[in-house]
Design a protein around this ligand. Sequence first.
Ligand SMILES: [Zn+2]
Length: 462
Amino acid sequence: MPACCFLIVLLVFSGFSTCHGHGTENETVLGNSTVTPLLLVSFDGFRADYLKKYSFPNLEKFFSDGVLVDHVSNVFITKTFPNHYSIVTGRYAESHGILSSNMYDPDANKTFSLSNDFDSFWWEQATPLWVSIQQKGFKSAAAMWPGTDIKIHNLTASYFLKYQHNVPFQERVDNLTKWLSQDLVKFATLYWEEPDYSGHLYGPDNIKEMTKALKQVDDHIGYLIDKLNQTGLWSNINIIITSDHGMVQCAPDRLIRLDDCIGPKNYTLVDMTPVSAILPLTNVTYVYDLLKKCNPHMKAYMKEDIPDRLHYKNNRRIQPIILVADEGWTIVRNGSLPRFGDHGYDNTLPSMHPFLAAHGPAFRKGYRLNSINTVDIYSLMCHLLRLEEQPNNGTFTNTKCMLASQWCVNLPEVIGIVIGVFMVLTTLTCLIIIMKNKGPPSSRSFARLELQDDDDDDALIG
Ligand SMILES: [Zn+2]
């Protein structure tokens, strides 16, 4: 059926296809490779709707000539380390092993915290992108991205700055652009602590302070673009600017005090708020029963009952009981509110979502996408770097329309094209039938005559 074949061909080339279409991005040929360098930038705690509420002249210029994704659905728990590791591994927290800011591994009897994160043991349930690209013979560079200064599968980033929160943004960028100017450096990561720091300190509803913090973030983006221009990197580098999570306002009248519900001798508090990790020291059911009725704004889950949608169950580092506070509520043992803004809550809450923007030769210009998942960013980056993906939870098709090399049409366009093609084919078919009917005497009459001749011949022979 020619019409069907035509439609199938059309659909295959219209973006329904899952093929990965390599090779049409502009590329710089550096050394023996044809991989365009990729810079991945994270501004910690950049809530998606800050873009609507505040002014970002530099960032807007960046994505108006590139791509903007309004919402990124991040991974539970919506904290810094789990999400930064999900971005570079494509895995949910339960699958990469960096489950929170504070962890306890019962098999190894080891503890992890933000100030005690240097043991490779914690990081090796997955392989981050900078390690994979180095295993292929390229180099990576990193300015403070979580994990880059730690040996993972025996490799740190090729060039890195040891984590120090007080290293200025400009110093981080200056080092990165110096490293990126080298041929083999193909993947670079840059991390900055704002607007997370101000969000915690003042709360995201503090317009005056957040305006200041976000103006500084935008100035930093301006500095980054200027520096990339000065060093000649700007036109030949793909850049992704994103974040790990959002932020929500907390308040002194939204406190959940565990001491009001359970004696401290009954459990060890491995991680605090807004998702508490509880290691019971007495009977698990007894501890759970006390906690589940502790406060209507806090849910208690036995590990095996944690909802599948959170992807936060299948890892030994998840404690036997977890407590999840409602949006804007804070769990404490006792005492007062520790900070005015927080994150870590359910990852379906829009207040927990960050954004993503991208710019560079590989990306479409002026393109806008409603949402992707944090775990999708990894396969996009693997595609950009021509790197084979490690097993992950992301989907390339969710991000591929961001790329200039992919022909993507939306569903209404596809339906329109299919109807249009069907109408054209129907019209053509009708025309052919009409033409046939109106044409000269058909060859069948000649055939009949020939047959008659043959019959005559046969009769004569007979
Ligand atoms: Zn934070």
